[in-house]
Design a protein around this ligand. Structure first.
Ligand code: PEP
Length: 254
């Protein structure tokens, strides 16, 4: 059985000080625990240490995730962060392949694949994002577009424990726009993702991999997505920036 997951992507929001306050607020909101729901908070890299300290001090029921990683171990890669640096600071998850990184920073599927391998070699769980732009959706080619991303992003990966690899389907046209995909839209693509994962890794492994939906997910719509067979949770942007709205989404998933 797959535990549901609610992951918050703070993107480039919250200073160190603001991040600590938000993490403290979330720890308070979730003080009674999160049941079987795995909760992950992904702050900007300069906030990771502060949030790690809050998690430890408050015994907060959420895990720490980064928003990006570089695949090399160390060296002359100015501005980058190695997997070992994330492990050392207490991060156990890392978002990769977000459409903003693919778009603004020209990240390719080949790079995303290298990042996944590097993270998994260090015991960090990738939250690997995929999703189609509006023109692909309008042309009716969204399923094949996303399936192609999945194949490239997972090429050569070895998944021994399916709970240690997470996919997030985020249609680009629904991110930060207030336009959500319908729950049926999400199921169509998340179902195709699971089918593709089954072809690559076998049914048993695919059945254990969490597939999240992301794109203007909010407290008032998340339950509808979670009812769908192949939607195991949400990757949340805007609504993760307030402790009460993010906590409400976690509670909706419990
Ligand atoms: C995201 O960027 O991962 C995201 C889902 O953002 P939002 O919830 O704000 O659409």
């Amino acid at each position: 059985m797959r535990n549901r997951m609610i992951a918050g992507n703070w993107k480039m929001n919250k200073t160190y000080t603001e991040g600590v306050v938000l993490a403290q607020g979330l720890a308070k909101e979730l003080a009674d625990g999160t049941g079987d729901v795995d909760v992950v908070v992904c702050p900007p890299s300069v906030d990771l240490k502060g949030v790690a300290e809050v998690i430890e001090q408050e015994k907060a029921p959420f895990a720490l995730g980064a928003q990006n990683v570089y695949w090399e171990e160390s060296g002359a890669y100015t501005g980058e962060t190695a997997p070992d640096m994330l492990t050392n600071i207490g991060a156990t998850y890392c978002i990769i392949g977000h459409s903003e990184r693919r778009g603004y920073f020209h990240e390719t599927d080949e790079e995303i694949n290298k990042k996944a391998k590097a993270l998994m070699a260090h015991g960090i769980v990738p939250i690997s994002c995929c999703g189609e732009p509006l023109e692909v959706r309008e042309a009716g080619k969204h399923v094949e577009f996303v399936v192609d991303q999945i194949k490239k992003d997972t090429e050569g990966l070895k998944i021994d424990d399916p709970s240690k690899y997470v996919v997030a389907y985020e249609p680009i046209w629904a991110i930060g726009t207030g336009k959500t995909a319908t729950a049926d839209d999400a199921q169509e693509v998340c179902g195709a993702i699971r089918k593709t994962l089954a072809e690559i890794f076998g049914k048993e492994t695919a059945d254990g991999i969490r597939v999240l939906y992301g794109g203007s997910a909010k407290p008032n719509n998340v339950a509808g997505f979670l009812e769908k067979e192949d939607v195991d949770g949400a990757l949340v942007g805007g609504a993760s920036l307030k402790a009460d709205s993010f906590a409400a989404m976690v509670k909706a998933a419990m």
